[in-house]
Design a protein around this ligand. Structure first.
Ligand code: ADP
Ligand code: MG
Length: 698
């Protein structure tokens, strides 16, 4: 059950046709080892299965030609460009070939050389026939009796430094030096799933005989990938459930009841249901691993708070990890306002505290001496030095910001396995949930608290900007507050975005223009935490009326009096992100508005924004977004902490995913397979490095 003998962890430079120089270029593509090269799957394929007769060439077509070279000439243009022309002749006719800046060909091509050419035919006034093949992708010299190699050619994701033909040759050499790959799956699974062998699949995915074989290869490899990840996630789950027992929390008593009674509202049906489930999880002796998904404003925080009170009631401590400093502060204020009267000691581990050694040490001491019951903080909570005396529950808010490995770091902070509750406001389609959160049980809060009015959303062209801000002004004069969100902080960030106004510019324009007599503020992620806090506080207190910001306000900030959200350059945001932003308004009694300004001429961008006008279902939007942008962008690169899928696709391969998950579940829970686990871990380490280190280290 492993790739071995042939050493996959060898540096890729030892593959014939690579060498040190190309290895350096491959490194930019994250290809360091032979294994990386082998699993650098083609992005697409070119169908080079049939030759074109020169007489049949149609302008605009990509053609595959075999013929003899004649009339080679080269000349230099006034701008220093070298142009090589030649005539290619076959039995049906002749055509001109044109290359730019490829002088080396002059030492390779002579009159009479037989070549295989792949290129695109374009009209060309300089050519005797009016057409020339001038986008030449490859030109291969054929031996006198050599038959040209035809077939389906892989096209690899690459950079300018590595041509497709170098890639193809390197992969071909790697494949021919590679012994037959052993199966990594138990044969029963291969048979039951009707998969082709790993060896066949790995070779065919690079150089398939035909598209049918390519399909089988892809299916096999996508299955392996999803199976391996599922096994990894289930091993994590199994490990947390097997190795150490969790905490059996005490039944809900007077404290939980008192906290519930202090809430200024009745829980919604979904909140009650989820809290019941969480209660049951916590009272069981297995560690809770639960993900609560709920749209923005659905009231997840309250459920988390009650769970934290529950852990305190049983004599344990609770930790609450928020994705940003602002949110940590906000939760801290809300929690202490409600819970301090009940005798619950709430602490905040903020950047402010961690900056000074004295404050930090004091707080750490209180945490380890159990002088605090609930500690709220950002990722600072998982840093070295924070040791809980008796950690019973860890709540992670807005999970997609934390990776799997960060989750587990916090868990390691205590002897007994604390319960874990993860909350995400980014509703994730079920298929995605299975891949990213496969180690968690999932609950949904779909129902919104009563009395929420729908937010009127409108997409506007930039030329209506003036009108938009006049409207914002009316709202502010009526006593409300407004957000303006911009994609960039300042201009120098990227020259390519020169036509995108920065938050600073927009702030200047507004605060000196139409809002000159209204208190405005600018907020962005590069400010000092202290300044951010100040600005946020003033806005929350209603002192500041208009807040221009970058997406630092994206998650969770709660200012009920804010009724307008304007998004500048809305086309630059994802749908799910815009939906999150929109969730910042509509939290109070006033009718709320979300205005999306863009000047994008692209129809797709417009259509995308229009989806928001009609849909307020976060799940639907997330699904659209994922389809439009793919998982990488959806989660933000490297933010979700799980390996990017190399070959499987969460939309196209839903069925494979479900089969892989079922198979993984049976595989992992069958103790007969225990002897496979070491190999499984090895493969996880090989394929995903430290992404699964909590189980591969074992
Ligand atoms: P989420 O974290 O899911 O985005 P929050 O927990 O921040 O949502 O809740 C959003 C707002 O709704 C908060 O102001 C909260 O006090 C309020 N809220 C939560 N639950 C209820 C409820 N059952 N009834 C009325 N208001 C509620
Ligand atoms: Mg929240």
């Amino acid at each position: 059950m492993s790739f071995h003998e042939f050493n996959f962890t060898d540096n890729v430079m030892y593959v014939k046709g690579v060498g040190p120089r190309r290895a350096a270029a491959l490194e930019k593509l994250n290809i360091l080892t032979k294994y990386d090269l082998l699993t650098h799957y083609p992005r697409t394929y070119e169908n080079h299965t049939s030759l074109t007769q020169i007489a049949d060439i149609i302008e605009g077509e990509t053609v595959l030609l075999v013929g003899r070279i004649s009339n080679i000439t080269s000349r230099e243009t006034s701008r220093g460009l070298t142009i090589i022309n030649a005539i290619l002749v076959d039995a049906s006719g002749y055509i001109q070939l044109t290359w730019f800046n490829q002088e080396y060909l002059l030492t390779k091509l002579y009159n009479g050389t037989r070549v295989l050419i792949i290129g695109k035919a374009k009209s060309d006034p300089w050519s005797p026939t009016g057409i020339s093949v001038n986008q030449i992708q490859s030109c291969t010299v054929l031996e006198p009796n050599e038959e040209p190699e035809l077939g389906i050619m892989p096209v690899y994701p690459s950079t300018a430094a590595i041509s497709q033909s170098v890639f193809r040759t390197a992969v071909k050499n790697l494949l021919s030096s590679m012994p037959t790959l052993k199966e990594i799956l138990p044969q029963e699974i291969v048979d039951a799933q009707r998969l082709i062998s790993l060896d066949e699949a790995m070779r065919a995915v690079h150089f398939p005989k035909d598209f049918f074989e390519l399909d089988l290869a892809r299916r096999r490899l996508a299955f392996d990938e999803l199976f391996l990840i599922q096994c990894g996630l289930m091993l994590i789950k199994r490990q947390t459930q097997d190795e150490r027992l969790g905490i059996t929390h005490r039944k809900n008593g007077a404290l939980v009841k008192a906290a519930r009674a202090k809430l200024p509202f009745e829980l919604t049906g979904d909140q009650k249901k989820v809290f019941r489930t969480v209660t049951k999880d916590m009272e069981s002796k297995l560690p809770m691993r639960r993900l609560v998904q709920g749209d923005v404003g659905s009231g997840k925080t309250v459920v988390a708070m009650l769970a934290l009170v529950k852990t305190v009631e049983g004599g344990y401590q609770g930790a609450f990890m928020a994705p940003t400093e602002i949110l940590a502060n906000q939760h801290y204020e809300k929690f202490s306002a409600l819970l301090t009267d009940l005798g619950i000691r709430v602490g905040l581990l903020s950047a402010k505290v961690t900056r000074t050694k004295k404050l930090r040490d004091e707080l750490y001491k209180k945490i380890s001496a159990h002088e605090l019951d609930i500690v709220i903080g950002t990722h600072a909570l998982i840093q070295e030095g924070v040791n809980f005396a008796k950690l019973g529950l860890v709540v992670t808010d807005e999970q997609h910001r934390f990776g799997v490995s960060q989750r587990s770091t916090l868990e390691k902070k205590s002897d007994a396995m604390p319960d874990m509750l993860v909350m995400t406001a980014t509703p994730i389609p079920r298929t995605m949930t299975l891949t990213v959160y496969g180690d968690l049980d999932v609950s949904l809060i779909k129902e919104l608290p009563p009395g929420r009015k729908p937010i009127k959303t409108e997409s506007k062209h930039k030329r209506s900007r003036k009108k938009v801000y006049e409207f914002v002004r009316t709202e502010i004069l009526a006593g409300r507050q407004a957000y303006v969100v911009c994609p960039l902080i300042e201009h120098s960030e990227s020259e390519r975005l020169a036509d995108v106004e920065s938050a600073e510019e927009i702030f200047d324009m507004l605060s000196k223009g139409i809002f000159h007599d209204i208190p405005c503020a600018l907020l962005h992620g590069r400010m000092k935490p202290r300044d951010k806090d100040d600005i946020m506080e003033k806005f929350r207190d209603g002192e500041t009326k208009l807040l221009v910001s970058t997406t630092v306000i994206e998650v969770g900030v709660d200012v009920p009096n804010a009724s307008v959200m304007v998004v500048e350059h809305a086309e630059r945001f994802g749908l799910a992100q815009l939906h999150q932003l929109r969730g910042r308004v509509g939290r109070g009694a006033a009718k709320s508005y979300c205005i999306l300004i863009s000047d994008s001429k692209a129809d797709i961008a417009k259509a995308r924004l229009e989806i928001l006008e009609t849909t307020s279902d976060g799940f639907k939007l997330a699904e659209e977004d994922l389809k439009l942008r793919g998982p990488g962008q959806f989660f933000g690169e490297a933010q979700h902490g799980l390996p990017d899928l190399k070959i499987a696709d969460v939309f196209r391969d839903v069925e494979i995913l479900i089969q892989a998950r079922d198979a993984a579940e049976r595989f992992i829970t069958d103790d007969e397979n225990l002897n496979y686990f070491a190999a499984l871990r090895k493969n996880l380490a090989l394929a995903y490095g430290d992404k699964f280190n909590q189980i591969t280290e074992a």
